[in-house]
Design a protein around this ligand. Structure first.
Ligand code: LRH
Ligand code: MN
Length: 381
């Protein structure tokens, strides 16, 4: 039953989406923004409260560094959510100008590796099973550094992290075409990430950030391929019109999100083994409603993907009925699934319209009043 499938959906929220964010031009502060990881988790719990399918929050270190991670996990539990993936950060320290784990200087590589290993220690304390690794490493000019040597350094660091992983833990390797490096990125595409993960073993998988590809890339092909290889570990969902815009998932291209979700369903990836994480920045729009809308966009794309008549599609494909096959997919995509999802929420004891329910709650006015003093959370750059 499609509704039963949708009821068990698990979308993980990024703690950093609740803090201030922006571009190099400007970071616009917003009223009521959290000041620490405890308040970020409280805001994330609001999204789960009204959608019912966002039960975990990913942390980013050091942005979410606390003295007692066990206490933070307890705080999350009290609010009905859990702590999900731990994200490393080797992209904001002055020492990492020429790279982190790929840096020419062994001492800098050691420093970066120590941070990655610290993130695994934090996983032990939060009970997280996913370490998400993104490296901003790259160069800006041809000749700046040796492409081959940097791959050797990257592989060496990944081996050390892999060896440190405990029972039930895995790391997801994130690739990105460019930015902040503008000539060569050491992990630029899915193929490079996949090759490193295959060499390492089953605890190393690839995460597909939907904003990290060259324009025109067929992302659902990458998803189908990685699923076939058992190497799709998860998604960083967002959307973009141009580059890594980190806009709300499904906002820029809902049809692409549907095509991706269809390959997930078709490839047997609609399971707990594939982490559905959001990775977004609400630079100008209110953050909690932005996350609620994003979760709803993923639910809608998933519902449409689950509604595809697979038998009819298979028959048309076998018969070479090009238009027939395309029509089967378009029929599902053009289905208005909002009534189905509203009904599902009511079945789950929730309000049919999460956005309206949150707006009625008065939570925003409450936190704007309470969160006086201290400094608002952000990317700390
Ligand atoms: C890099 C990235 C990565 C995170 C950061 C917040 O662009 O997608 O996943 O660490 O955004
Ligand atoms: Mn990402």
């Amino acid at each position: 039953m499609v509704k039963d499938e949708l009821r068990r959906q698990h979308i993980e929220l990024p703690s950093w989406a609740f803090g201030n964010s922006g571009t190099r031009f400007k970071v616009f502060a917003q009223p009521g923004v959290p000041r620490d990881p405890y308040e970020k988790i409280a805001d994330a719990a609001q999204v789960h409260r009204y959608t019912g399918v966002a039960p975990t929050v990913a942390l980013h270190i050091p942005w979410d560094r606390v003295d007692d991670y066990g206490d933070l996990a307890g705080h999350a539990r009290e609010l009905g959510v859990g702590i999900g993936a731990i994200n490393s950060n080797v992209f904001q320290d002055d020492d990492y100008k020429l790279g982190s784990v790929t840096h020419p200087d062994a001492a800098v590589r050691r420093k970066a590796l120590d941070h990655l290993l610290e993130c695994v220690d934090i996983m032990d304390r939060t009970g997280s099973d996913i370490l998400k690794l993104w490296f901003s490493d790259g160069t800006n000019y041809p000749g700046q550094d040796d492409i081959r040597a940097r791959q050797d350094r990257l592989a060496e660091a990944l081996e050390s992290v892999y060896a440190r992983l405990g029972e039930g833990q895995r790391f997801l390797l994130e690739y990105k075409l460019f930015e902040p490096a503008f000539y060569m990125t050491d992990l630029p595409d899915w193929g490079t990430a996949y090759a490193h993960c295959v060499k390492l073993g089953p605890k190393a998988q690839v995460v597909v950030d939907t904003g990290h590809h060259a324009p025109g890339t067929n992302i659902e092909f990458i998803v189908a391929f990685l699923l076939r290889e058992g190497k799709l570990g998860g998604f960083d969902f967002n959307s973009r019109f141009y580059a890594d815009d980190d806009l709300m998932v499904g906002a820029a291209d809902p049809f692409q999100l549907f095509r991706i979700m269809f390959e997930v369903v078709r490839g047997g990836g609609y399971t707990e083994d594939v982490a559905f994480m959001l990775d977004q920045c609400h630079n100008i729009e209110p953050k909690i409603p932005g996350q609620i809308r994003s979760v709803m966009n993923v639910q809608e794309a998933t519902a449409k993907a689950l509604l595809v008549d697979r038998d009819a599609l298979g028959a048309a494909q076998r018969e070479g009925d090009v238009l027939g096959a395309n029509a089967v997919l378009m029929d599902a995509y053009n289905t208005d699934v909002r009534p189905l999802l509203a009904q599902l929420r009511q079945d789950m004891g929730l309000a049919p319209d999460p956005m309206a329910a949150y707006a009625r709650s008065g939570y925003f006015d409450k936190v704007v009043e309470e969160r006086v003093g201290g400094s608002q959370a952000g990317w700390g750059a």
